[in-house]
Design a protein around this ligand. Structure first.
Ligand SMILES: [Ca+2]
Ligand SMILES: [Ca+2]
Ligand SMILES: [Ca+2]
Length: 146
């Protein structure tokens, strides 16, 4: 299997949370474990543990190309793109993402939503993030229509 394929596959898997957000599936809502309406950085990172388990379909402790459903890989691999996202999570560059790498990976989504940088997403920030996700989703749909 080529390096390019592995990178593309990683990209597909790791971009899933971002895609889910674009589709308004509520990444942050699911992270609010104690349902107090705020999402702390700790909750966000803890939720990643669960997310990892779902992405690691063959439960070998790593996310890599073998976890990409074949149907999805076939549909997406030819689109290429960059592997920046995979590289961000793959700290040691072995082309696999361990649970530790995933959980401790970049928190761009959270950082972007945390407007006042207090490491808590309050209801205002969550509402703004939802709006932004909706707008991104609309853009994405408009682009597809063209
Ligand atoms: Ca795996
Ligand atoms: Ca790695
Ligand atoms: Ca905040």
């Amino acid at each position: 299997m080529s390096r390019t394929f592995v990178s593309a596959a990683l990209l597909i898997l790791l971009s899933t949370p971002a895609l889910a957000q674009v589709r308004g599936e509520g990444v942050f809502e699911r992270s609010d474990v104690d349902k107090d309406g705020n999402v702390t950085r700790e909750e966000f990172i803890a939720a990643r543990g669960d997310h990892f388990a779902k992405l690691d379909r063959n439960s070998d402790g790593y996310i890599d190309s073998s976890d990409v459903p074949e149907r999805l890989a076939k549909r997406r691999q030819l689109k290429g793109g960059n592997d920046a996202m995979g590289a961000q999570f793959d700290a040691d560059g072995d082309k696999k993402v361990s649970k530790e790498e995933f959980v401790n990976g970049p928190t761009k989504l959270f950082d972007r939503a945390d407007a006042n940088k207090d490491n808590v997403l309050d209801s205002t920030e969550l509402a703004a993030a939802k709006e932004a996700a909706k707008a991104a989703g609309d853009n994405w749909r408009n682009r597809k229509r063209q």
